[in-house]
Ligand binder design. Structure first.
Ligand code: F6R
Length: 597
């Protein structure tokens, strides 16, 4: 949800800034903008426009901008439509202060009115513009830059990660509350001991330059000059921070031989599934003890992560014999009366920054409940709010769609369900087999799935059915197809379609049938009900059946079946996107890491 970047260091840094902001395009691609300056000079140049980065760059030629420091932004519009004026960086009317912002300023209407009452003409319709305008006003009134930043931030209600520059001042300033911000640091290679600094919403932005980072916490701000001074917004005290090493490598954040990140990340699952369960045994033991002793367990997440939670609730029922409540994060607050200090909330999130989930965690913490999180991004907000963290070890997921993070979530939850009843080895065996299945499924079915996509690419609507463990896979499969190909798709429990939705089946309506061994007979009879009404049946199963018009064979993996089952649907969704002229890595209206509620 909007990517922000800043850099300070070498001359000619526009290409560094451009490469960093390109790495964040998954956070939004409505518009892009950049501002550059020579530190300690008094001229800032700004270029910005509407459109994806490459197209705007062709027009504006960002790399011809000069300077040794700068800021950049890629936008996922929230307040103010997609126009050049609403693109970032925003600047003050005296054109002294330039800022890029990610987050939502809740009291922006009030603040905009205050500015217009002061006679200021605003350049945009956005909430973000109030930030440079107020900083400039406070500086003009005599405040130092650092004080002006603090005074401005204290006026704001809502969330923000900001980086910016003042034309008359050295350095880059930054601040954060409830939106991600991380600062990278690198000693220059010329042996001078000078440092280069990066700031960004996400680590992959600058991973090709450095993996030494400072995590900025809520209510922290500061200025990067020769070094960084971190301060607390509330008491204004200086904060000491330790630099941390990230062990992601840059190849994980590059497309390599693949045409798209989506395809690369689908293929990576053969390894990521297995890596996800390489957890310290003491951690698995501690978390399973927490779950064993819980009085009330809630699995909470959004979108794909929610589907992983639904899937895991079946495994917890069947294997661990534990009842688990599964809740969409944005609805979690409705259950607050049932939360106590004995409740355990398992928060599931790829990014660790999802605002709805952060809100749910806050609700849980207010009630004294324990929070265990399953997260992919180290150092993210959710990891810092939780009592225990299990990292997914999936490496950076760049495609907006979740693929490899989903199967890692499934694998970790499968491991926990088995660990509770001392059957961890059984889970590990299933997950290892699931990893082996990935390559087989892709190699054996890639072309068949492309053929199927060609046949169904003009359809407006599709259905997916499954029972028991296969039902959440139907939900997740439908989400993948919808978000990347824009074909309307819905997932149902096999028994449910006949209660109304079967009215939508007509000749040729594609229907994916997901089958587990235990539910085979029942789901086949549900599939027959659809077939006799004209449905075009695509079976994903370990056994062929005459009801299927197309058949995708997957190995039988027991409780790990959902891990295998989603792979062919991810591939089908990918082919459908290409055949319908959609870019699989940049689905319309979406952005990764949903940091607004
Ligand atoms: C779907 C997708 C989203 C996310 C959801 C939660 O492909 O990516 O539905 O799963 O926004 O995101 P995280 O897992 O980062 O909390």
């Amino acid at each position: 949800m909007c990517g922000i970047v800043a850099y300070k260091g070498k001359e000619g840094c526009s290409d560094i800034l451009l490469s960093c902001i390109k790495n964040l395009e998954y956070r939004g691609y409505d518009s892009i903008g950049m501002a550059l300056a020579a530190d300690k000079s008094n001229s800032i140049e700004i270029r910005k426009d509407v459109g994806p980065i490459d197209l705007v760059d062709e027009k504006l030629n960002f790399t011809s901008m000069q300077g040794n420091k700068g800021i950049a932004h890629t936008r996922w519009a929230t307040t103010g439509s997609v126009t050049k004026e609403n693109s970032h960086p925003h600047f003050s009317s005296d054109q002294k202060v330039y800022v890029v912002h990610n987050g939502i300023i809740e009291n922006y209407q009030e603040l905009r009115k205050e500015l217009t009452d002061l006679g200021i003409t605003l350049n945009s319709e956005t909430d973000s513009e109030v930030i440079p305008q107020f900083i400039a006003i406070f500086v003009k009134e005599g405040s130092s830059l650092i004080d002006a930043i603090r005074k401005t931030i204290l006026k704001i209600k809502g969330s923000f990660a900001i980086v910016g520059m003042h034309e008359d001042e050295e350095g880059i300033f930054f601040a954060r509350k409830e939106s991600p911000l991380v600062i990278g640091m690198k000693e220059t290679s010329d042996g001078s001991g000078e440092k280069e600094f990066f700031a960004a919403s996400d680590v992959p932005a600058f991973l090709s330059y450095t993996n030494e980072v400072y995590y900025i916490e809520d209510n922290e701000y500061g200025i990067i000059k020769e070094d960084i001074v971190f301060r607390d917004i509330i008491d204004n005290k200086i904060i000491k921070k330790e630099i941390q090493h990230i062990n992601w490598d840059i190849d994980q954040a590059k497309k390599g031989e693949y045409a798209h990140f989506m395809l690369k990340e689908i293929h990576e699952q053969k390894n990521t599934i297995v890596k996800s369960i390489q957890q310290p045994s003491s951690l698995v033991e501690e978390v399973s003890d927490i779950l064993k002793n819980a009085f009330g367990i809630f699995f909470v997440g959004c979108g794909t992560s929610y589907h992983a939670a639904v899937s895991a609730s079946y495994v917890f029922t069947h294997v661990a014999k534990r009842h688990v409540n599964v809740t969409i994060a944005s609805e979690f607050r409705n259950y607050k009366d049932y939360l106590t200090d004995k409740t355990v909330v398992v928060a599931i999130s790829q990014s660790g920054e999802t605002a709805d989930l952060i809100d749910a965690i806050k609700t849980a913490k207010e009630k004294g409940s324990k929070v265990v999180s399953i997260v992919n991004v180290m150092g993210s907000t959710i990891t810092r709010m939780s009592d225990k963290n299990i990292m997914m070890n999936a490496g950076p997921e760049i495609c907006v769609l979740s693929t490899k993070s989903y199967t890692s979530q499934l694998a970790i939850l499968l491991l926990l369900a088995h660990a509770i009843v001392d059957k961890e080895e059984k889970a590990k065996e299933l997950i290892r087999k699931a990893g082996e299945e990935v390559t087989k499924i892709i190699d054996n079915n890639f072309l068949l799935l492309e053929k199927i996509a060609e046949k169904i690419k003009e359809e407006n609507s599709m259905f997916l059915i499954g029972r028991d463990l296969a039902y959440p896979s139907a939900l997740e499969g439908a989400l993948k197809i919808k978000e990347v190909s824009y074909i309307h798709a819905e997932g149902f429990p096999g028994g449910e379609l006949k209660h109304g939705t079967i009215a939508l089946i007509e000749k040729g309506t594609p229907c994916i049938v997901l089958t587990t061994e235990a539910t085979r007979d029942m789901i086949i009879s549900n599939a027959s009900e659809i077939k006799v009404r004209g449905g075009y049946m695509i079976g994903i199963n370990s056994k062929e059946n005459e009801v299927y018009d197309e058949f995708i064979k997957i190995g039988e993996l027991g409780h790990a079946n959902p891990i295998a089952m989603i792979i062919p649907i991810q591939i089908l969704a990918y082919h459908l996107a290409l055949k319908r002229g959609c870019n699989p890595d940049k689905p319309r209206n979406l952005a990764k890491s949903v940091t607004v509620k």
